[in-house]
Design a protein around this ligand. Structure first.
Ligand code: SF4
Length: 303
């Protein structure tokens, strides 16, 4: 389990060519300034002893200087240069080639449905599904490592097994199902976009099984142990490297610590749970809305 403090997460800009109905960054696209190239390079210089950088946002691939920033990271010997993306720009083979030649070597595209109808509804952009799928196909053709992410919502949870089949057929190396975080645009849409955790679980586990049987690494995010019996090894929080996050107006030194102390919540009854010592609990907004009834402490003898 790699937990060294080694990863940088740099939010380059909150601008995006999608308008996802669950976007945790919400209105930041309208009032946050883009980080300058110089500022990003300074961060990379100052933390060049780390070996893993994630460029994210917003959508990092729509920045004019993305190749320059990737090249600069490469020149500083970052071993893993990940692009966290909606995947649409990768529909263009020239773009794929240029960013790979610049040094990017890990790609995390987002796929939120098994078809145009579901994905394009959630991204609010007709044609986005086709572009992201084409992007994944292009990247795999070029031999790249892909870790896809799917945000679980009330609209798509029943399709998680179908999404898993699609991802396996596309050859993604790893996929993740992440429970939406009720903040930003997701908070605005909370009355219809948030599913109950207890309802999604059979679909989540069926989707994970499809990946596991096909030899893929599969993970879930923001779903505590009490819902994951038999799939505890798929809980992403076990593996996420400790990360320093550069947001627009603040920096988080250790994102793991931030999640545990500020972002997520536990209940009094968690103290009785076998997993209390490692479980981060749900993002705090979920029990604020739905309460704690679904969270049942795991008793040692029931494991
Ligand atoms: S500690 Fe709480 S939230 Fe975590 S698995 Fe146990 S009951 Fe669930």
């Amino acid at each position: 389990m790699e937990r060294d403090l080694r990863r940088l997460d740099i939010k380059l800009s909150f601008k995006c060519n999608n308008h996802c109905k669950f976007c945790v960054q919400g209105e930041k696209r309208n009032y946050c300034k883009d980080r300058s190239s110089e500022n990003v390079k300074n961060i990379l210089m100052n933390f060049k002893k780390r070996d893993y950088v994630v460029f994210t946002g917003g959508e990092p691939t729509i920045r004019a200087d993305i190749f320059e920033l990737v090249k600069f990271s490469k020149s500083l010997n970052f071993k893993t240069i990940q692009i966290q993306t909606n995947g649409r720009m990768f529909a263009y083979e020239d773009f794929c080639k240029s960013i790979i030649d610049s040094g990017a070597n890990e790609f995390s595209p987002a796929i939120h449905g098994p078809d145009e109808e579901t994905h394009d509804f959630l991204t609010s952009v007709p044609g986005s599904f086709k572009q992201t799928i084409r992007g994944i196909v292009n990247l795999k053709k070029m031999g790249q490592y892909i870790i896809s992410n799917t945000v679980i919502t009330a609209t798509n949870y029943k399709f998680l097994p179908k999404i898993a089949k699609l991802l396996v057929s596309l050859g993604v190396d790893q996929f993740q199902f992440a429970f939406l975080h009720i903040a930003g645009t997701a908070l605005k849409n909370k009355d219809w976009i948030v599913p109950k955790k207890s309802i999604i679980i059979p679909y989540v586990l069926e989707g994970l099984n499809i990946g596991i049987k096909s030899g893929r690494k599969v993970t879930t995010e923001a779903i505590p142990y009490c819902f994951m019996k038999g799939y505890e090894n798929s809980i992403a929080e076990n593996y996420i490297p400790k990360t320093k996050v550069f947001d627009q107006y603040f920096t988080i030194d250790d994102y793991t610590k931030y999640r545990i102390t500020k972002g997520k919540a536990k209940n009094q009854k968690c103290k009785k749970c076998f997993y209390d010592y490692i479980c981060e609990g749900p993002w705090r907004e979920y029990p604020e809305i739905f309460g704690w009834d679904e969270f049942k402490p795991v008793i040692d003898s029931e494991k």
